[in-house]
Design a protein around this ligand. Structure first.
Ligand code: C2E
Ligand code: CA
Ligand code: CA
Ligand code: CA
Length: 275
């Protein structure tokens, strides 16, 4: 019995070692990938229901790995955050996205996701200023998407950084609205320009009257506060129609378009792709 116990322990220890090693390898691989140019941005259109046209595109990061193919951001962004690589990676995203979006028509905005960890970098504001200046993209055409975790715990430093960003003329959107614990109180603490209703609500609007009731309430809230409301994850024409009936101004989702490489998006927007 004693020998068995030890054997099990060693087995467990070895499994832990292997997990740790796999994790280390992934960390090294991530750092390497940035210099090797393996990251790429896809863009997903934001569609204005009143204007009946694309009025923006959200940049979504992809890792084009030589052996593993396209790796989803859900699988590597949390690690990039933990090892502090998100600051460099986020700067690359901003510069690349601004450069690509500068070639789009004037009415098409660019939305970029900011991770809470990027707010630990004091240079964030000057990075945004520089990305805009170098690309020539007007500040008014940039939307920065944040989740409520940026505002957690009355974070004074983050809040002042958000105000500095807004003072540049860029727009600030609250992403994944409704999934956190106190989304409502955050709407009071900062003048957001846009609320993005999380796709978990949109997914169920036709089957679940509660999901629909929540969407209606958020649309009302947005219009009372003078904030644009975007519904994420619209996959069917039935969902689109239901949202239009409720007065939703903007939608995003596979029904309009899946995220696509810059060249495809340029074609969709009717502009010459740059290579
Ligand atoms: P998100 O910001 O909420 O982005 C929307 C996600 O929903 C994207 O997943 C998009 O591909 C997916 N999506 C869009 N329309 C539909 C639909 O109709 N149905 C379904 N089922 N899904 C839809 P993606 O590209 O895998 O990105 C996942 C998350 O990774 C993003 O969620 C965002 O939080 C993060 N992320 C992506 N790019 C960046 C980045 O450059 N920086 C940071 N910090 N985070 C990023
Ligand atoms: Ca987003
Ligand atoms: Ca979202
Ligand atoms: Ca999300």
């Amino acid at each position: 019995a004693k020998a068995d116990g030890r054997g099990a322990f060693h087995f467990f220890e070895r499994a832990m070692d292997e997990e740790l090693q796999a994790r280390r390898a992934l960390e090294l691989d991530l750092r390497r990938a940035l210099t090797a140019g393996e990251f790429q941005l896809y863009y997903q259109p934001l569609y204005h229901l009143g204007d009946d046209r694309v009025t923006g595109c959200e940049a979504l990061l992809r890792w084009n790995h030589p052996d593993r193919g396209m790796v989803s951001p859900a699988d590597f962004i949390p690690i990039a955050e933990e090892i502090g690589l998100i600051v460099q990676l986020g700067e690359w995203v901003l510069r690349q996205a601004c450069a690509e979006a500068a070639t789009w028509p004037d009415h098409v905005r660019l939305a970029v996701n900011l991770s809470p960890a990027q707010f630990r970098d004091r240079a964030l504001v000057s990075t945004v200023v520089s990305a805009l200046a170098v690309s020539g993209l007007p500040a008014q055409r940039l939307e920065l998407e944040i989740t409520e975790s940026v505002l957690l715990q009355d974070n004074v430093a983050n809040m002042s950084m958000l105000h500095d960003l807004k003072a540049l003329g860029v727009r600030i959107s609250m992403d994944d609205f409704g999934t956190g614990y106190s989304s409502l109180s955050y709407l009071r603490s900062f003048p957001f320009d846009k609320i993005k209703i999380d796709q978990t609500f949109v997914r169920d609007i036709l089957e679940d009257s509660d999901a629909m009731a929540i969407i209606k309430a958020v649309l009302d809230l947005g219009s009372s506060l003078g904030i644009v409301t975007t519904a994420e994850g619209v996959e069917t024409v039935e969902q689109l129609n239901a949202l239009r009936d409720q007065g939703c101004a903007e939608i995003q989702g596979y029904f309009i378009s899946r995220p696509a490489p810059a060249s495809e998006i340029a074609r969709l927007l009717g502009v010459e792709a740059r290579d």
